[in-house]
Design a binder for this molecule. Structure first.
Ligand SMILES: Cc1cc2nc3c(=O)[nH]c(=O)nc-3n(C[C@H](O)[C@H](O)[C@H](O)COP(=O)(O)OP(=O)(O)OC[C@H]3O[C@@H](n4cnc5c(N)ncnc54)[C@H](O)[C@@H]3O)c2cc1C
Length: 286
């Protein structure tokens, strides 16, 4: 049972922001991270502000060039989005790998960002897409790159009274190919030992014109591997650079030993996931 935690369920964003201006308050969306943390005594909260009734935060908007995803969109909401399936399947691939159906029904995009787990499955694809985070408070809106939003395990730039409103990113060109890979200790329902998102564009001459590579669970936050990207960017893809690229990715990570895996294992996992991803995207794609 939860200790007597206060709870309010505002119907408008303004009311939610008013409630959150009180230091005692904390937002709750799906509760899949927050409730277990409170139950286990890892977190003490006086008052929860439920975001579940705020229609203003539940949307997926797509125009010619950009997608905006409201903070309370669930993983299942992502999976069911025709626009995302059509224009950005990378996000869908990652969302499908999250937990079990119950978790995907409850867990939200905003909750994933707010929780800032280094192993969160949605963060590598969003980093690869150069996503930006919109934060709102009684003072207005500020927008910043996801890479600047994440500070460390469980730590973000969110200030008291602020809410994640939505994330947004420019749609990759239709010709871009992407993939998400995850290694856990079990095939399903497992937190990532390492995960990886790769997005590549290649010219007709075989030159890799754009490459974005992001990894999770191998550093204090999910990160882009920008040095590794440079090995392939503006070069013709060939098997000759495969091992060098995977070794570079492995070196660029800064994993730690923990209950799920050793740092050494995680480095090797990143190299193996990247090898699969590169071969899948650059050699097996139509
Ligand atoms: C059984 C189980 C399996 C799981 N498996 C996976 C998995 O495979 N992969 C994975 O990535 N995750 C997994 N998770 C973690 C979890 O489901 C995700 O992190 C989820 O996205 C959290 O969303 P939520 O809406 O439940 O967040 P909540 O628990 O409601 O909130 C999480 C944090 O974010 C804050 N917050 C929520 N919304 C906002 C907002 N709009 N603005 C500001 N702060 C906000 C809260 O205050 C809290 O600090 C699993 C969880 C469980 C319980």
């Amino acid at each position: 049972m939860l200790e007597a935690v206060g709870f309010c369920s505002p119907r408008t964003l303004k009311d939610a922001l008013d409630a959150l201006s009180n230091r005692q308050c904390r937002p709750i969306a799906g509760g899949t991270d927050l409730v277990p943390a409170i139950r286990a005594g890892r977190l003490v909260v006086a008052q929860l502000v439920d975001l579940g009734r705020l229609d203003e935060l539940r949307f997926i908007r797509v125009d010619e060039s950009q997608i905006e995803i409201g903070a309370t969109t669930t993983y299942q909401g992502l999976i069911e989005s025709e626009a995302l399936n059509d224009r950005c399947p990378l996000i869908i691939e990652a969302a499908r790998m999250v937990g079990a159906q119950q978790t995907r029904n409850r867990g939200t995009v905003g909750g994933s960002l707010g929780n800032a787990s280094p192993a969160a499955d949605l963060l590598p694809p969003l980093l690869a897409l150069d996503a930006e985070v919109s934060l709102v408070s009684g003072r207005g809106e500020r927008v910043l790159p996801l890479a600047c939003f994440l500070l460390g395990p469980g730590t973000t730039v969110i200030e008291q009274g602020e809410l994640i409103h939505h994330i947004r990113f420019t749609l990759p060109p239709q010709s871009a190919r992407g993939t998400f890979r995850k290694l856990g200790r079990r095939a399903g329902m497992a937190c990532a030992v390492a995960n990886l998102a790769l997005l590549v564009q290649q010219g007709a001459d075989g030159v890799v014109t754009d490459i974005r590579l992001a990894v999770g669970a191998v550093a204090p936050t999910a990160i882009r591997l920008r040095q590794t990207e440079l090995i392939l960017k503006d070069h013709v893809w060939s098997r000759a650079v495969l091992n060098r690229t995977c070794q570079a990715a492995s070196s660029e990570c800064t994993p730690i030993d923990d209950v799920r895996a050793s740092a050494r294992y995680r480095r090797r996992a990143v190299a193996a996931l990247l090898k699969q991803a590169l071969l899948g995207v650059l050699e097996e794609a139509p």
